[in-house]
Design a binder for this molecule. Structure first.
Ligand SMILES: Cc1cc2nc3c(=O)[nH]c(=O)nc-3n(C[C@H](O)[C@H](O)[C@H](O)COP(=O)(O)OP(=O)(O)OC[C@H]3O[C@@H](n4cnc5c(N)ncnc54)[C@H](O)[C@@H]3O)c2cc1C
Length: 306
């Protein structure tokens, strides 16, 4: 049985810590509860939005005059080398449970905030590893019909920070099946610790942000060359880091109100404490404009603007 609440502040449920309240709000921990929440929205003529770990979203300052379906941790189980998990399960927690059982292989993903469902939607990844590499099949529910279906890995349409579920927002990820490798627990723990220290070295920690705000764009050849020469590294799949482009247009450290393009990692748009969603969007817009003017590259948001 779901419990619909009213006027729930959303900012504390996001890593940005920005945004107004939800007019209606419900926590769901299973596919049946998602279906119930969808029925409630349909029966009451309400639009609805999905929020999970809140680590890749920007909520508007006025909040959402909708039902927010908050997908939180639910059931998970192991069978042999397969993990089946409800989409609202926290990815890091699942990795701990797998490690305890001597299952792993996905340790490079360790430390990515949020849920496994959110990770599937955006094909989350780090250090050359992506959630798609471990995904076997996905169960998703259609928000219009309330009907569920299974998607094979091939049907998930995974690409760089993209999946079928991002492309077609009718489908909400309810259950994720991943295949893991046998590994000694202490070996897996060691690899997780290595990933964490690499993240501490290369990423920003403990900031109010949504991770990388823009996706790394495919760049014209001359821009790729410039990046490769300057950084003495190969660009991957023709992409250059958005953070590098932001730096090149002189917007590292740029501010609008309380929002700032981080000095250490310019693709992190950081809430310095008093930022509004309007500040973040204004800053993002200025960055997009500057990068377009200089490089004729259109930066696309990785974070969801709800
Ligand atoms: C400090 C920091 C570091 C980060 N590092 C990385 C990184 O290394 N690599 C990386 O890829 N990302 C990174 N991110 C971004 C973020 O952690 C991932 O995108 C994460 O997978 C989002 O999951 P979530 O549960 O928080 O989704 P949310 O932020 O709650 O939602 C994001 C979007 O997905 C939708 N959504 C959520 N759950 C579902 C579902 N079950 N079905 C359908 N749609 C859904 C939401 O409606 C929303 O549009 C980082 C973020 C932060 C704050």
């Amino acid at each position: 049985m779901i419990e619909i609440q009213k006027n729930i502040p959303l900012a504390p449920l996001t890593t940005f810590q920005i945004g107004g309240p939800a007019r209606y709000f419900v926590d769901v921990t299973s596919e049946d509860q998602i279906r119930e929440a969808i029925s409630f929205a349909h029966d009451n003529g309400l639009a609805f939005e999905v929020l999970a770990g809140g680590s890749n979203v920007l909520i508007p300052d006025i909040g959402l005059d909708k039902l927010v379906i908050h997908i939180v941790a639910g059931h998970h189980s192991f069978s042999g080398r397969e993990l089946e998990a409800f989409g609202g399960c926290n990815l890091k927690e699942l990795m701990h449970r797998a490690t305890e059982r001597g299952l792993g292989g996905w340790e490079k993903l360790y430390g990515i905030p949020g849920t496994i469902g959110g990770a599937i939607r955006g094909n989350a990844g780090a250090f050359g590893s992506e959630i798609k590499d471990f995904t076997h099949q996905i169960k998703a529910i259609n928000r219009n019909t309330g009907k569920s279906r299974l998607f094979t890995r091939a049907e998930c349409g995974f690409m760089y920070r993209h999946s079928f579920f991002k492309h077609d927002a009718r489908w909400l990820v309810t259950t994720v099946h991943v295949h893991l490798d046998k590994i000694r627990s202490n070996q897996s723990m060691l690899l997780c610790a290595e990933t964490l220290s690499e993240r501490e070295r290369r990423h920003l920690q403990n900031v109010q942000a949504a991770g990388s705000f823009f996706m790394n764009p495919v760049a014209p050849e001359e821009v790729q060359k410039k990046f490769e020469v300057e950084k003495n590294t190969k660009s991957r799949e023709g992409r250059v880091p958005a953070g590098w482009l932001i730096e090149k247009v002189g917007m590292k450290g740029a501010r609008v109100g309380g929002a700032m393009a981080s000095e250490q990692h310019p693709n992190y748009l950081v809430n310095t404490g008093v930022a509004t969603a309007t500040d973040v969007l204004e800053l993002a817009g200025r960055i997009q404009e500057a990068v377009y003017q200089e490089f004729a590259i259109e930066l696309q948001e990785e974070a969801s603007i709800l």
